[in-house]
Ligand binder design. Sequence first.
Ligand code: TXA
Ligand code: MG
Length: 353
Amino acid sequence: METRVEKIEDIEADKPILDYAAKLIRAGELVVFPTETVYGIGADAYNTRAVENIFKVKRRPMDNPLIVHIASVEGIYELVRNVPKIAKDLIKAYWPGPLTLILPKSDKVPYEVTAGLDTVAIRMPDHRVALELIRKSNTPIAAPSANTSGRPSPTTAAHVIEDLYGGIPLILDGGRCSVGLESTVLDISGDCATILRPGGVTKEMIEVIIGKVHIDDRVLEPLEDNKEARSPGMKYIHYAPKAPVIVVEGELSRIPDMVDKIAKGHILSGEKVAILATRETANSYIGDGYSLFIIGSRDNPAEIAANLFATFRQCDSEGMDLIIAEAIEETHEGLAIMNRILRASAFNVIYAD
Ligand code: TXA
Ligand code: MG
Protein backbone atom coordinates (compact mmCIF):
# COMPACT_ATOMS: atom_id res chain seq x y z
CA MET A 1 0.00 0.00 0.00
CA GLU A 2 1.21 3.50 -0.74
CA THR A 3 1.50 5.65 2.39
CA ARG A 4 1.01 9.41 2.03
CA VAL A 5 2.74 11.54 4.69
CA GLU A 6 1.24 15.03 4.97
CA LYS A 7 2.45 17.84 7.20
CA ILE A 8 -0.32 19.77 8.93
CA GLU A 9 0.88 23.23 9.83
CA ASP A 10 -2.33 25.16 9.78
CA ILE A 11 -5.84 23.78 10.26
CA GLU A 12 -7.33 26.28 7.77
CA ALA A 13 -4.67 26.11 5.08
CA ASP A 14 -4.44 22.33 5.32
CA LYS A 15 -8.20 21.82 5.20
CA PRO A 16 -8.09 19.74 1.98
CA ILE A 17 -5.78 17.16 3.61
CA LEU A 18 -7.92 17.01 6.75
CA ASP A 19 -11.03 16.57 4.61
CA TYR A 20 -9.31 13.73 2.78
CA ALA A 21 -8.26 12.15 6.12
CA ALA A 22 -11.87 12.32 7.37
CA LYS A 23 -13.07 10.78 4.13
CA LEU A 24 -10.70 7.85 4.67
CA ILE A 25 -12.02 7.35 8.23
CA ARG A 26 -15.63 7.44 6.95
CA ALA A 27 -14.67 4.86 4.31
CA GLY A 28 -13.34 2.47 6.98
CA GLU A 29 -9.64 3.16 6.30
CA LEU A 30 -6.95 3.84 8.93
CA VAL A 31 -5.36 7.26 9.48
CA VAL A 32 -2.38 8.05 11.71
CA PHE A 33 -2.74 11.35 13.52
CA PRO A 34 -0.82 13.33 16.16
CA THR A 35 -2.08 13.87 19.70
CA GLU A 36 -0.44 15.69 22.61
CA THR A 37 0.70 12.34 24.06
CA VAL A 38 1.84 10.09 21.19
CA TYR A 39 0.72 9.42 17.60
CA GLY A 40 -2.40 7.28 17.23
CA ILE A 41 -3.56 4.93 14.47
CA GLY A 42 -7.26 5.64 14.13
CA ALA A 43 -10.39 4.05 12.72
CA ASP A 44 -14.12 4.76 12.91
CA ALA A 45 -14.97 3.24 16.32
CA TYR A 46 -18.35 2.03 14.97
CA ASN A 47 -16.86 0.22 11.96
CA THR A 48 -15.89 -3.22 13.26
CA ARG A 49 -13.97 -4.22 10.14
CA ALA A 50 -11.87 -1.03 10.31
CA VAL A 51 -11.25 -1.62 14.03
CA GLU A 52 -10.13 -5.20 13.37
CA ASN A 53 -7.74 -3.86 10.78
CA ILE A 54 -5.95 -1.76 13.41
CA PHE A 55 -5.07 -4.97 15.30
CA LYS A 56 -3.69 -6.53 12.10
CA VAL A 57 -1.63 -3.55 10.98
CA LYS A 58 0.10 -3.03 14.33
CA ARG A 59 0.17 -6.75 15.16
CA ARG A 60 -1.63 -6.10 18.41
CA PRO A 61 -2.89 -9.01 20.54
CA MET A 62 -6.67 -9.24 20.05
CA ASP A 63 -7.38 -9.13 23.79
CA ASN A 64 -5.94 -5.63 24.26
CA PRO A 65 -8.75 -3.04 24.03
CA LEU A 66 -8.54 0.36 22.31
CA ILE A 67 -9.14 3.90 23.52
CA VAL A 68 -12.03 5.79 21.87
CA HIS A 69 -11.18 9.42 21.06
CA ILE A 70 -13.84 12.13 21.01
CA ALA A 71 -13.78 15.80 20.05
CA SER A 72 -16.30 17.18 22.54
CA VAL A 73 -17.26 16.37 26.11
CA GLU A 74 -20.82 15.57 24.99
CA GLY A 75 -19.39 12.78 22.84
CA ILE A 76 -19.01 10.61 25.96
CA TYR A 77 -22.76 10.20 26.47
CA GLU A 78 -23.38 7.86 23.54
CA LEU A 79 -20.41 5.67 24.53
CA VAL A 80 -21.23 4.92 28.18
CA ARG A 81 -24.24 3.86 30.27
CA ASN A 82 -23.98 6.87 32.51
CA VAL A 83 -21.50 9.55 33.51
CA PRO A 84 -20.90 9.58 37.28
CA LYS A 85 -20.08 12.78 39.14
CA ILE A 86 -16.37 11.96 39.55
CA ALA A 87 -16.15 11.58 35.76
CA LYS A 88 -17.80 14.96 35.28
CA ASP A 89 -15.40 16.59 37.75
CA LEU A 90 -12.33 15.02 36.12
CA ILE A 91 -13.55 15.93 32.64
CA LYS A 92 -14.09 19.52 33.71
CA ALA A 93 -10.57 19.69 35.11
CA TYR A 94 -8.55 17.77 32.54
CA TRP A 95 -10.31 17.39 29.17
CA PRO A 96 -9.09 17.92 26.59
CA GLY A 97 -5.91 16.29 27.88
CA PRO A 98 -3.95 13.11 28.60
CA LEU A 99 -6.55 11.43 30.82
CA THR A 100 -8.42 8.32 29.64
CA LEU A 101 -11.49 7.30 31.64
CA ILE A 102 -12.82 3.74 31.82
CA LEU A 103 -16.57 3.34 32.32
CA PRO A 104 -19.22 0.70 31.59
CA LYS A 105 -19.84 0.82 27.83
CA SER A 106 -23.11 1.53 26.02
CA ASP A 107 -24.55 -0.94 23.52
CA LYS A 108 -23.31 1.25 20.68
CA VAL A 109 -19.65 0.45 21.38
CA PRO A 110 -18.62 -2.70 19.52
CA TYR A 111 -16.86 -5.48 21.45
CA GLU A 112 -14.13 -5.33 18.79
CA VAL A 113 -13.09 -2.00 20.35
CA THR A 114 -13.18 -3.19 23.97
CA ALA A 115 -11.72 -6.65 23.25
CA GLY A 116 -14.85 -8.22 24.70
CA LEU A 117 -14.93 -6.14 27.89
CA ASP A 118 -18.10 -4.43 29.14
CA THR A 119 -16.14 -1.25 29.83
CA VAL A 120 -14.78 1.30 27.38
CA ALA A 121 -11.76 3.65 27.56
CA ILE A 122 -12.43 7.22 26.38
CA ARG A 123 -10.42 10.37 26.01
CA MET A 124 -10.55 13.80 24.41
CA PRO A 125 -7.08 14.62 23.10
CA ASP A 126 -5.61 18.10 23.49
CA HIS A 127 -4.37 18.51 19.93
CA ARG A 128 -5.95 20.59 17.18
CA VAL A 129 -5.22 18.10 14.41
CA ALA A 130 -6.71 15.19 16.37
CA LEU A 131 -9.81 17.18 17.34
CA GLU A 132 -10.33 18.45 13.80
CA LEU A 133 -10.00 14.96 12.34
CA ILE A 134 -12.57 13.53 14.79
CA ARG A 135 -14.97 16.43 14.13
CA LYS A 136 -14.71 16.15 10.37
CA SER A 137 -15.08 12.36 10.49
CA ASN A 138 -18.24 12.88 12.52
CA THR A 139 -17.65 9.68 14.50
CA PRO A 140 -15.62 8.70 17.55
CA ILE A 141 -12.19 7.36 16.57
CA ALA A 142 -10.73 4.22 18.14
CA ALA A 143 -6.96 4.59 18.24
CA PRO A 144 -4.07 2.85 19.94
CA SER A 145 -0.54 4.25 19.72
CA ALA A 146 0.78 4.10 16.14
CA ASN A 147 3.71 1.76 16.79
CA THR A 148 4.18 -1.90 16.02
CA SER A 149 3.02 -3.72 19.14
CA GLY A 150 5.76 -3.82 21.79
CA ARG A 151 7.85 -0.97 20.35
CA PRO A 152 8.09 2.44 22.06
CA SER A 153 5.12 4.65 21.13
CA PRO A 154 5.86 7.17 18.36
CA THR A 155 6.30 10.81 19.30
CA THR A 156 7.14 12.00 15.76
CA ALA A 157 5.86 11.10 12.29
CA ALA A 158 9.33 9.68 11.52
CA HIS A 159 8.82 7.10 14.31
CA VAL A 160 5.51 6.08 12.74
CA ILE A 161 7.19 5.72 9.35
CA GLU A 162 9.79 3.37 10.92
CA ASP A 163 7.06 1.02 12.13
CA LEU A 164 4.03 1.31 9.84
CA TYR A 165 5.09 2.68 6.44
CA GLY A 166 3.34 0.78 3.67
CA GLY A 167 0.64 -0.57 5.99
CA ILE A 168 -1.62 2.50 6.09
CA PRO A 169 -2.82 5.05 3.51
CA LEU A 170 -2.15 8.30 5.42
CA ILE A 171 0.04 9.74 8.17
CA LEU A 172 -0.78 13.26 9.36
CA ASP A 173 2.46 14.84 10.54
CA GLY A 174 1.80 17.37 13.30
CA GLY A 175 5.38 17.59 14.58
CA ARG A 176 6.61 16.40 17.95
CA CYS A 177 4.13 15.30 20.63
CA SER A 178 4.44 17.59 23.64
CA VAL A 179 3.71 15.09 26.46
CA GLY A 180 5.64 12.19 24.94
CA LEU A 181 4.12 9.36 27.03
CA GLU A 182 0.67 7.82 26.59
CA SER A 183 -2.33 9.13 28.53
CA THR A 184 -3.13 8.21 32.11
CA VAL A 185 -5.67 5.35 32.13
CA LEU A 186 -8.02 5.71 35.10
CA ASP A 187 -10.60 3.02 35.81
CA ILE A 188 -13.72 4.55 37.38
CA SER A 189 -16.06 1.75 36.34
CA GLY A 190 -16.05 0.20 39.83
CA ASP A 191 -16.14 1.42 43.42
CA CYS A 192 -12.61 2.73 43.69
CA ALA A 193 -10.79 4.85 41.14
CA THR A 194 -7.64 3.05 40.04
CA ILE A 195 -4.78 4.17 37.83
CA LEU A 196 -4.08 1.32 35.42
CA ARG A 197 -1.47 3.24 33.46
CA PRO A 198 0.15 6.46 34.74
CA GLY A 199 0.61 9.33 32.29
CA GLY A 200 0.56 13.07 31.84
CA VAL A 201 -2.35 13.72 34.19
CA THR A 202 -0.63 12.62 37.38
CA LYS A 203 -1.94 10.83 40.46
CA GLU A 204 -1.43 14.08 42.39
CA MET A 205 -3.52 16.00 39.84
CA ILE A 206 -6.33 13.43 40.00
CA GLU A 207 -6.36 13.40 43.81
CA VAL A 208 -6.83 17.16 43.92
CA ILE A 209 -10.16 16.63 42.16
CA ILE A 210 -11.56 13.33 43.50
CA GLY A 211 -9.48 12.44 46.57
CA LYS A 212 -7.50 9.25 47.14
CA VAL A 213 -6.93 7.03 44.10
CA HIS A 214 -5.36 3.59 43.93
CA ILE A 215 -2.46 2.62 41.75
CA ASP A 216 -2.78 -0.82 40.23
CA ASP A 217 -0.08 -3.22 41.52
CA ARG A 218 1.29 -3.80 38.04
CA VAL A 219 2.18 -0.17 37.43
CA LEU A 220 5.55 -0.66 39.10
CA GLU A 221 5.73 -4.45 39.44
CA PRO A 222 5.70 -7.34 37.01
CA LEU A 223 2.45 -9.17 36.48
CA GLU A 224 2.17 -12.34 38.51
CA ASP A 225 0.74 -15.16 36.45
CA ASN A 226 -1.95 -15.97 38.97
CA LYS A 227 -3.46 -12.48 38.97
CA GLU A 228 -5.74 -11.40 36.21
CA ALA A 229 -4.69 -8.16 34.53
CA ARG A 230 -7.27 -5.42 34.93
CA SER A 231 -5.86 -3.60 31.95
CA PRO A 232 -5.03 -6.21 29.35
CA GLY A 233 -2.30 -3.94 27.94
CA MET A 234 -0.27 -4.46 31.10
CA LYS A 235 0.34 -8.12 30.34
CA TYR A 236 2.75 -7.39 27.55
CA ILE A 237 6.31 -6.11 27.64
CA HIS A 238 5.80 -2.64 26.34
CA TYR A 239 7.68 0.36 25.14
CA ALA A 240 10.80 -1.70 24.55
CA PRO A 241 13.72 -0.57 22.45
CA LYS A 242 15.64 -3.34 20.65
CA ALA A 243 18.56 -3.14 23.10
CA PRO A 244 18.10 -4.61 26.57
CA VAL A 245 17.57 -2.00 29.29
CA ILE A 246 19.03 -2.07 32.82
CA VAL A 247 17.60 0.31 35.43
CA VAL A 248 19.86 1.51 38.24
CA GLU A 249 18.13 2.76 41.37
CA GLY A 250 19.25 3.86 44.82
CA GLU A 251 20.49 7.01 46.45
CA LEU A 252 21.18 9.63 43.78
CA SER A 253 24.78 10.17 44.83
CA ARG A 254 25.53 6.47 44.34
CA ILE A 255 23.80 5.90 41.01
CA PRO A 256 26.48 7.18 38.59
CA ASP A 257 29.25 4.96 40.06
CA MET A 258 27.10 1.88 39.65
CA VAL A 259 26.02 2.86 36.13
CA ASP A 260 29.66 3.45 35.23
CA LYS A 261 30.69 0.07 36.62
CA ILE A 262 28.02 -1.80 34.67
CA ALA A 263 28.85 0.16 31.51
CA LYS A 264 32.57 -0.66 31.76
CA GLY A 265 31.92 -4.39 31.99
CA HIS A 266 29.82 -4.38 28.86
CA ILE A 267 32.15 -2.08 26.92
CA LEU A 268 35.02 -4.49 27.67
CA SER A 269 33.07 -7.25 25.99
CA GLY A 270 32.70 -5.08 22.90
CA GLU A 271 29.17 -3.77 23.37
CA LYS A 272 27.87 -0.33 22.41
CA VAL A 273 26.47 1.09 25.63
CA ALA A 274 24.05 4.02 26.06
CA ILE A 275 23.57 5.75 29.40
CA LEU A 276 20.31 7.63 29.99
CA ALA A 277 21.29 10.27 32.53
CA THR A 278 19.74 13.42 33.94
CA ARG A 279 21.14 16.94 34.01
CA GLU A 280 21.86 16.52 37.74
CA THR A 281 24.11 13.51 37.21
CA ALA A 282 25.53 14.19 33.74
CA ASN A 283 28.80 15.65 35.01
CA SER A 284 29.57 12.47 36.96
CA TYR A 285 30.00 10.50 33.74
CA ILE A 286 33.57 11.20 32.78
CA GLY A 287 34.47 7.74 31.55
CA ASP A 288 34.68 7.05 27.85
CA GLY A 289 33.46 4.38 25.53
CA TYR A 290 29.76 4.98 26.10
CA SER A 291 27.15 7.32 24.62
CA LEU A 292 25.62 9.68 27.14
CA PHE A 293 22.03 10.85 26.62
CA ILE A 294 20.81 13.59 28.92
CA ILE A 295 17.05 13.11 28.88
CA GLY A 296 16.11 16.06 31.08
CA SER A 297 16.17 17.46 34.56
CA ARG A 298 14.92 15.68 37.69
CA ASP A 299 13.25 18.95 38.67
CA ASN A 300 11.15 18.81 35.53
CA PRO A 301 9.98 15.22 34.96
CA ALA A 302 7.66 16.43 32.17
CA GLU A 303 10.81 17.13 30.15
CA ILE A 304 12.11 13.59 30.75
CA ALA A 305 8.71 12.20 29.75
CA ALA A 306 8.78 14.16 26.51
CA ASN A 307 12.22 12.78 25.57
CA LEU A 308 12.11 9.18 26.78
CA PHE A 309 10.61 7.29 23.82
CA ALA A 310 12.49 9.38 21.25
CA THR A 311 15.73 8.52 23.08
CA PHE A 312 14.87 4.80 23.13
CA ARG A 313 14.35 4.95 19.37
CA GLN A 314 17.55 6.91 18.86
CA CYS A 315 19.45 4.21 20.77
CA ASP A 316 18.02 1.67 18.34
CA SER A 317 18.94 3.64 15.26
CA GLU A 318 22.48 4.09 16.60
CA GLY A 319 22.75 0.33 17.09
CA MET A 320 23.18 0.31 20.87
CA ASP A 321 23.60 -3.14 22.46
CA LEU A 322 22.66 -2.03 25.97
CA ILE A 323 20.82 0.89 27.56
CA ILE A 324 21.48 1.73 31.21
CA ALA A 325 18.87 4.10 32.64
CA GLU A 326 18.93 5.97 35.92
CA ALA A 327 15.80 5.53 38.02
CA ILE A 328 13.98 8.73 38.94
CA GLU A 329 11.59 9.61 41.73
CA GLU A 330 8.13 8.10 41.28
CA THR A 331 6.17 11.28 41.92
CA HIS A 332 4.31 13.49 39.43
CA GLU A 333 5.25 12.50 35.86
CA GLY A 334 8.02 10.39 37.41
CA LEU A 335 5.51 7.60 38.07
CA ALA A 336 4.70 7.33 34.36
CA ILE A 337 8.37 7.52 33.41
CA MET A 338 9.35 4.73 35.82
CA ASN A 339 6.39 2.60 34.66
CA ARG A 340 7.68 2.82 31.06
CA ILE A 341 11.37 2.36 31.93
CA LEU A 342 10.70 -0.63 34.20
CA ARG A 343 8.59 -2.32 31.53
CA ALA A 344 11.16 -1.57 28.83
CA SER A 345 13.74 -3.28 31.06
CA ALA A 346 11.41 -6.22 31.81
CA PHE A 347 11.99 -5.20 35.47
CA ASN A 348 15.75 -5.66 35.29
CA VAL A 349 16.71 -3.39 38.19
CA ILE A 350 20.09 -3.09 39.89
CA TYR A 351 20.42 -1.36 43.23
CA ALA A 352 23.32 1.04 43.69
CA ASP A 353 24.77 0.68 47.19
O1 TXA B 1 -2.19 8.67 24.90
C1 TXA B 1 -2.81 7.67 24.55
O2 TXA B 1 -3.61 7.08 25.31
C2 TXA B 1 -2.57 7.16 23.12
C3 TXA B 1 -3.06 8.21 22.14
C4 TXA B 1 -3.02 7.73 20.71
O3 TXA B 1 -4.33 8.64 22.49
N1 TXA B 1 -3.22 5.91 22.94
C5 TXA B 1 -2.77 4.77 23.52
O4 TXA B 1 -3.50 3.66 23.21
O5 TXA B 1 -1.79 4.72 24.23
P1 TXA B 1 -2.99 2.17 23.49
O6 TXA B 1 -3.96 1.31 22.80
O7 TXA B 1 -1.58 2.04 23.08
O8 TXA B 1 -3.18 1.97 25.03
C6 TXA B 1 -4.47 1.81 25.58
C7 TXA B 1 -4.37 1.22 26.96
C8 TXA B 1 -3.96 -0.24 26.93
O9 TXA B 1 -3.07 -0.48 27.99
C9 TXA B 1 -5.29 -0.95 27.15
O10 TXA B 1 -5.15 -2.22 27.75
C10 TXA B 1 -6.01 0.02 28.07
O11 TXA B 1 -5.63 1.30 27.60
N2 TXA B 1 -7.47 -0.12 27.97
C11 TXA B 1 -8.28 0.21 26.93
N3 TXA B 1 -9.56 -0.09 27.19
C12 TXA B 1 -9.58 -0.63 28.43
C13 TXA B 1 -10.61 -1.15 29.27
N4 TXA B 1 -11.88 -1.16 28.88
N5 TXA B 1 -10.25 -1.62 30.48
C14 TXA B 1 -8.96 -1.60 30.89
N6 TXA B 1 -7.94 -1.13 30.14
C15 TXA B 1 -8.24 -0.64 28.93
MG1 MG C 1 0.31 1.41 22.90
